[in-house]
Design a protein around this ligand. Structure first.
Ligand SMILES: Cc1cc2nc3c(=O)[nH]c(=O)nc-3n(C[C@H](O)[C@H](O)[C@H](O)COP(=O)(O)OP(=O)(O)OC[C@H]3O[C@@H](n4cnc5c(N)ncnc54)[C@H](O)[C@@H]3O)c2cc1C
Length: 397
């Protein structure tokens, strides 16, 4: 990267979280001459990825998974493994010479007394740090969401969230019920079925939109058709699914009624990119069942009244951003705990407090990291040009 004149804003810019969104934002701020300090609670970058299951591969292509300024190496192949992606994030830090302070959890952000360029006080394990601007990038998938099913605490089998599932080895010979048919649930169920689990069922509340994995390039189609009406896009996506994915109704998995675009807009849900799930259902190795309603001792009660007695239940039931402790007192979250303004937009009462990584676009979250980072760096340049702070001084990055 060419030398960049640095700007003196009086108080540092702080990025919270060294995941893809935080790293991309810091890299593009730095490229704009704004050195940012990244505070990361764990002891390494890309910590969320290191904690995900062993056989995880990205369901987005390398081109849609790279962050600004550095390609994912060709050797990583078309479906990048978890460990390759962690190595890529580590290289990204070195490549952009990012300043990451690990083992520095941030507890909360509060408004600072107005001073020389200071907007925020960031309370971390190192004490309160004044900041001119803050980018919150602590992850949309921050905290596992485990539903409060009635009788959950009476369950005598093993219940875990997919965030704590690592590999199929532990479940050999077991009866496993996976709850939730998103990308994680369908992938975990098919891997378990192929790796010696005794019986694998998947509880499905809403039949997923499924596309072949090879159609990861549908992201490009999604971008090209963005301007068209939702209903039209839905109809074409349902038609594509009819042509590309066999009907699994007789196996207990009917075709989805809502199109993938509507589900994304209404529920923030993305389609399943098939990693072998369709074959596993078709051959009976994974058995779809109704949604889970309650637990009762050793049993799981389903919506159609069926009782199952699995050894293990793996809840692939999603995540929450859990931003309340961090920014809950600032009036910047909606009722569901989501930031009211994301990306380059800031809340009118919270200037220079940015949120990166809190949407789930069909075009892919990792691709979105670059888009939001660019927008934030751009907004930042606009703000600093208007600010009465000292003029930029020349220096080299
Ligand atoms: C199983 C799974 C597979 C996925 N696969 C894909 C895929 O193939 N393609 C795709 O585009 N998207 C995928 N996603 C979605 C998304 O890309 C990832 O969740 C991605 O990690 C989001 O990046 P992020 O930087 O927003 O959050 P994260 O990667 O979660 O990074 C947040 C960072 O903030 C740190 N942090 C949190 N709280 C604090 C705090 N208080 N103080 C300091 N640091 C803190 C965390 O330790 C973490 O390092 C996947 C998600 C999951 C759950």
């Amino acid at each position: 990267m060419p030398p960049t004149p640095q700007r003196d804003f009086g108080a540092p810019t702080i990025v919270i979280g060294a995941g893809p969104h935080g790293l991309a934002a810091a890299a593009l701020l730095r490229r704009s001459g704004v050195p940012a300090v990244i505070l990361e609670r764990s002891d390494r970058v890309g910590a969320s990825w290191t904690q995900r299951y062993d056989h995880l591969r990205l369901h987005t292509t390398p081109g849609a998974s790279k962050l600004p300024g550095l390609s994912v190496p060709r050797q990583a192949g078309p479906w990048v493994s978890r460990d390759e992606y962690v190595r890529y994030l580590e290289r990204y830090v070195v490549h952009h010479r990012l300043d990451v302070r690990v083992a520095t959890p941030v507890q909360r952000i509060e408004r600072a007394e107005p001073g020389r360029g200071t907007q925020w006080l960031v309370h971390s394990s190192d004490g309160p740090v004044p900041a001119g601007a803050v980018v919150v990038a602590t992850g949309r998938c921050h905290t596992p969401n485990l539903p409060h099913w009635p009788g959950r605490s009476t369950f005598t089998g093993t219940l875990l969230h997919s965030a704590h599932y690592r590999s199929p080895a532990l479940y050999r010979g077991q009866h496993v019920l996976v709850v939730g048919a998103g990308n994680s649930g369908t992938e975990i169920a098919s891997v378990l079925a192929g790796a010696g689990a005794g019986r694998v069922r998947i509880a499905v509340r809403t039949p997923p939109n499924i596309l072949p994995r090879s159609s990861a390039r549908w992201h490009a189609v999604g971008r090209l058709t963005e301007a068209l009406p939702l209903a039209w896009r839905d109809r074409t996506s349902l038609l594509t699914q009819r042509l590309a994915v066999p009907d699994l109704t007789s196996r207990g998995l009917p075709r989805p009624r809502a199109g993938l675009y509507t589900r994304n807009v209404r529920e923030g849900v993305n389609p399943v990119l098939d990693h072998g799930f369709v074959d596993a259902v078709r051959s009976g190795r994974v058995e779809p069942v109704e949604a889970v309603q309650a637990f009762d001792g050793p049993d799981v009660l389903l919506a159609d009244g069926t009782r199952l007695r699995p050894d293990t239940v793996i809840a692939a039931t999603g995540y929450r951003p859990n931003l309340h402790d961090l920014v809950g007192s600032l009036g910047v979250l909606d009722e569901a705990g989501q930031p009211l303004a994301v990306g380059a937009r800031t809340h009118p009462e919270a200037p220079r407090l940015y949120f990166a990584g809190y949407t789930n676009p069909l075009t892919g979250v990792l691709r979105q990291a670059g888009i939001e980072a660019r927008a934030i760096a751009h907004a930042f340049r606009g703000e600093t040009a208007r600010s009465p702070l000292p003029a930029p001084r020349s220096a080299t990055a």
